[in-house]
Design a protein around this ligand. Structure first.
Ligand SMILES: *Cc1c(COP(=O)(O)O)cnc(C)c1O
Length: 358
């Protein structure tokens, strides 16, 4: 038996979560954001499962991710490239029928050059306006200039991205939504897209024609109380060794944890070399048979140590402890490590064996 950490990828849960997001909408379509290897869950596998379930719109960040998605999914679905095109990629975009998201005046000129001889983009293109995040997107003030310059082929979608969608009290949400609606009037009949997962939970006014959930598909983020998402993965690692230590002894590099009383410790075959964050040292937890076992001492490259005093009868070499999953909530584990669910699953390295379950 291998002693590798492993992640069971629950493809049917990811599909269920996609449907749950869709059920929160009154109209329009629900895309799937599968950038960064589907947030660490495996881009081809997740894309295929969602496409089989009826998903027709997929967003990635990079053109090479889009190529993988196209090769997996065949010619039918729409594949959007969020980071936009580079001037040397025309053939790649056309051959793979990719939909470029145009984020800047530079990218707009790239697009205009590609359209110059009247050969339209096979699936159209998207204009992304920045409505207040100041990260990526065409400036709002350029909207009329851009609208005048699009006569070669009008965009198939106008999009923007929310800065504070996970904070329903943020005034920026409504401001950005209004800004998008306002600038869209320069493009009559072109549909809109605004919401990531958090935006979907803000309500129907934010949904427009196409929502772009990512983290919700994988069971993370901040859904409202009446929405239950299922875990996209169960991350687990085997126990290599169990030892009893006495009060006063210390554990791990830097001796950062000292036993106040006799303690039973298990050493797991997972560490920051697998993408499990070192910032979880003395803060995160694992579970054994549903019992919570705190991480004690530092997370090292290949190993972590947990206190299994309360799960002594289960703590044996070869038994797997859970670090993310039904017993170990993704966002709770991430918060204890000072990060977010996105970074935790996306950061898992190839050393974690992915096991696909339909
Ligand atoms: C990553 C991304 C999304 C998905 O965001 P989640 O918060 O994971 O739902 C949607 N839109 C854009 C522009 C993104 O970059």
């Amino acid at each position: 038996m291998s002693l590798r950490p492993r992640a069971h990828i629950h493809l049917s849960n990811i599909v269920d979560n996609w449907r749950t997001v869709g059920n929160a909408q009154m109209a329009g379509s629900t895309a799937a954001v599968i950038k960064a290897d589907a947030y660490g869950h495996g881009l081809p596998q997740v894309a295929e499962a969602l496409h089989d379930a009826g998903c027709d719109h997929f967003f990635v960040a990079h053109s090479h991710e889009a190529e993988v998605a196209r090769a997996t999914l065949g010619s039918h679905p729409n594949i959007y490239v969020l980071n936009g095109p580079s001037p040397d990629e025309e053939a790649l975009y056309r051959e793979n029928a990719l939909i470029p998201v145009i984020n800047s005046s530079f990218q707009f000129r790239t697009m205009a050059d590609w359209l110059v001889d009247g050969v339209k983009m096979p699936r159209g293109y998207v204009l992304h306006f920045d409505t207040g995040m100041n990260r990526l997107g065409l400036p709002e003030k350029d909207v009329f200039e851009v609208a005048e310059a699009v006569e070669a082929q009008s965009p198939s979608l106008i999009m923007s991205h929310l800065a504070c969608s996970e904070d329903e009290d943020s005034l920026l949400n409504a401001q950005q939504n209004e800004a998008l609606k306002k600038l869209a009037s320069a493009f009559p009949h072109v549909p809109l897209s605004l919401s990531n997962s958090g935006g979907v939970w803000l309500g129907v006014d934010y949904h427009h024609i196409l929502t772009r959930p990512g983290i919700a598909l994988y069971g993370g983020g901040t859904p409202p109380k009446d929405v239950t998402l299922k875990p996209g993965m169960t991350l687990e690692a085997p126990i290599l060794q169990v030892r009893q230590i006495e009060a006063g002894e210390t554990v791990g590099y830097g001796a950062t944890w000292r036993a106040a009383e006799p303690t039973l410790i298990a050493t797991l075959a997972i560490g920051y070399g697998d993408g499990f964050p070192r910032s979880a040292s003395n803060k995160g937890f694992a579970t054994l048979g549903g019992n919570r076992c705190p991480i004690i001492g530092r997370v090292s490259m290949d190993l972590i140590t947990i206190d299994v005093t309360d799960a002594a009868e289960l703590a044996r070499p070869g038994v797997y402890a859970q670090l993310i999953g039904p017993d170990a909530g993704l966002e709770e584990q991430a918060a204890l490590a000072g990060t977010i669910g996105y970074e935790l699953t996306t950061g898992l390295t190839p050393r974690v064996k992915r096991i696909y379950e339909s």
